[in-house]
Design a protein around this ligand. Structure first.
Ligand code: SAH
Length: 216
């Protein structure tokens, strides 16, 4: 179920869909996605689908993880990255192997606790994960060379844009309803000018405000 052959099939599928960054493909190939899922779903871990992680949240489809990571890295190597929406911790685990330092925030405490256990087990020491409403970013550690949001706001949160370092890049799904637009915002040099590009239609859970400490 979680064999090398199944993983290779997933990588071939990602290549077919246009993912070209070899580093991204290698990290996805070598990262166990099944450990981020409940045992009952582990057999689906290397299919190219989004899967539930509890609390009405989902681990994104591998193609979307790959696509967003590839876009984020398109401007060159990144030092400091912020992720909004830790969820299972899978996307942060992928990024931690490709950038110097990653900060990730999650609003649902039980998800955050489980993700932190995974980071410890995998000995990923360059991830810092915090319970926080990421609608306003994570100012304490800003500015960031890259920001990735894995939950969709109705419109572009200016607080996030303001936390981009010069030439920084923000990858974010935007919009309400059942589908959103995967959008890239690039800060032009050290100016306060930004370039905005829509990549494709995507499906994400909504970006919500406030914290949730409920365990069921
Ligand atoms: N990156 C995750 C995907 C999780 S789904 C993974 O690899 O598994 C999106 C996550 O965003 C959910 O866990 C949800 O609780 C979280 N989220 C939604 N709104 C948020 C907010 N305002 N601040 C922080 N996290 C948020």
């Amino acid at each position: 179920m979680t064999s090398q052959r199944t993983r290779e099939r997933l990588i071939s599928r990602l290549i077919e869909q246009g993912i070209a960054n070899q580093q991204v493909l290698n990290v996805i190939r070598n990262t166990p996605r099944h450990i981020f899922l409940d045992e009952a779903l582990a057999h689906k871990a290397y299919e190219d689908t989004a899967l539930p992680i509890g609390f009405s949240q989902t681990l994104s489809q591998p193609y979307i993880v790959a696509k967003m990571t590839e876009i984020l890295l398109s401007a060159g190597p990144l030092e400091k990255v912020l992720e909004i929406g830790t969820g299972s911790g899978y996307q942060a685990t992928i990024l931690a192997q490709l950038v110097t330092e990653i900060h990730t925030v999650e609003r649902i405490e039980p998800l955050l606790i489980k993700a932190k256990e995974k980071f410890r087990k995998l000995r990923l020491s360059n991830i810092s994960a915090n319970l926080s409403d990421g609608s306003f970013g994570w100012e304490k550690e800003s500015p960031y060379n890259g920001i990735i949001t894995t939950a969709a706001p109705q419109s572009l949160p200016m607080g996030l844009v303001e936390q981009l370092a010069p030439d920084g890049i923000l990858v974010i799904p935007i919009g309400g309803g059942s589908s959103q637009e995967l959008t890239v915002v690039r800060r032009l040099g050290d100016s306060l000018k930004f370039d905005q590009e829509v990549i494709e239609k995507v499906r994400f859970v909504p970006l919500l405000s406030g914290l949730s400490r409920q365990f069921s």
